[in-house]
Design a protein around this ligand. Structure first.
Ligand SMILES: [Zn+2]
Ligand SMILES: [Zn+2]
Ligand SMILES: [Zn+2]
Ligand SMILES: [Zn+2]
Length: 307
């Protein structure tokens, strides 16, 4: 490869000049530094060229094993090969069943940084492991946890907190205890649209409290649960409790917040939260069927600190 060759020549000429000219030894550390910078530059350049080479010319996605080629040498990924059936999309020749072993070998030898490097991931991966890592990389952006609308916003936690505040006008609360009142004038209307989100700031982290109405099988219910704005492994360090009641009755729930990596629908479908049947909710509200007035109190704690 042309670039690889250029890089080798640089190193050679440097070592020769050091050997032949003893006066250069003094400045060796400086020279070595500039060579390493040069090496870095070439390595980055050749990596990005290789990355391009490994991109399927049809779907523009990185090609993974097996990589195919037509008799004229046009490469194609295995997905596209199945899709285009028998003809090379570039030259219209019969595709056949030719593997591009050379490119597969090149891919194998390649190490690339995680695509979320700019978000803080410093890991370098062999080509074939990179994709797998990126699907689970803890630096990959989070989806917006606001479920009241289809929202395509993504970002790190700080960005999403600003987004929830600015774009969804979500209530923000400081502290690890809360006392919330949910009022609805027509409680017989149970629709998925009845949905609320509040963000709590405590232990230096953020938690989302969801409250919503939906139809669980044949029964209208209200559900409330907490999500942690961070990874699952961190979420497990916390616990929370919810209480709702009225007229001498009380329902209590204790749980572990779910990561916002799990979307709101997934948590809801797993019923991992406090579920209040509507009849009971109306009883809590005073029993007149006219208005829903639920008072939900709760507390968040850190499992690893004394509480
Ligand atoms: Zn393709
Ligand atoms: Zn071709
Ligand atoms: Zn990563
Ligand atoms: Zn959003």
């Amino acid at each position: 490869m042309a670039l690889g060759g250029g890089y080798c020549r640089e190193i050679e000429s440097h070592s020769k000049s050091v050997k032949n000219d003893p006066t250069l030894i003094k400045g060796d550390s400086f020279t070595a530094k500039s060579v390493s910078r040069l090496t870095e530059k070439y390595a980055m350049q050749s990596a990005s060229n290789l990355k391009e080479l490994l991109q399927c010319p049809i779907c523009k996605i990185s090609m993974y094993l097996p990589i195919y080629q037509c008799p004229n040498g046009h490469t194609i990924c295995s997905d596209c090969r199945t899709r285009v059936k028998s003809r090379c999309p570039t030259c219209r020749f019969e595709l056949g069943d030719i593997r591009c072993l050379a490119l597969e070998k090149v891919a194998e030898s390649l190490e690339l940084p995680c695509r979320y490097q700019s978000l803080g991931c410093d890991d370098i991966f062999p080509y074939y492991n990179k994709h797998k890592h990126e699907q689970h990389c803890r630096f990959r952006p989070y989806n917006c946890p606001y479920a009241g609308s289809e929202c395509s916003a993504v970002g790190d936690i700080a960005t999403l907190v600003e987004h929830l505040k600015g774009d969804h006008h979500v209530d923000m609360h400081d502290g690890c205890t809360f006392n919330h009142r949910y009022v609805k004038s027509d409680p017989t209307e149970v629709e998925n649209a009845t949905w609320m989100l509040t963000v709590f700031n405590c232990f230096g982290r953020q938690f989302c409290l969801h409250f919503e109405a939906f139809q669980l099988g044949m029964s209208p219910v209200y559900m409330t649960f907490l999500q942690f704005m961070g990874e699952d492994i961190e979420a497990r360090r916390f616990g929370y409790s919810l209480e709702v009641g009225g007229c001498g009755r009380k329902l209590v729930w204790q749980g572990i917040p779910r990561t916002i990596r799990d979307n709101h629908r997934k948590v809801r479908d797993s019923l991992d939260g406090l579920i209040i049947p509507r009849n009971l909710a109306l009883l809590f509200s005073g029993g007149n069927d006219q208005e829903l007035k639920l008072r939900v109190t709760g507390r968040i704690w850190n499992q690893h600190s004394a509480n």
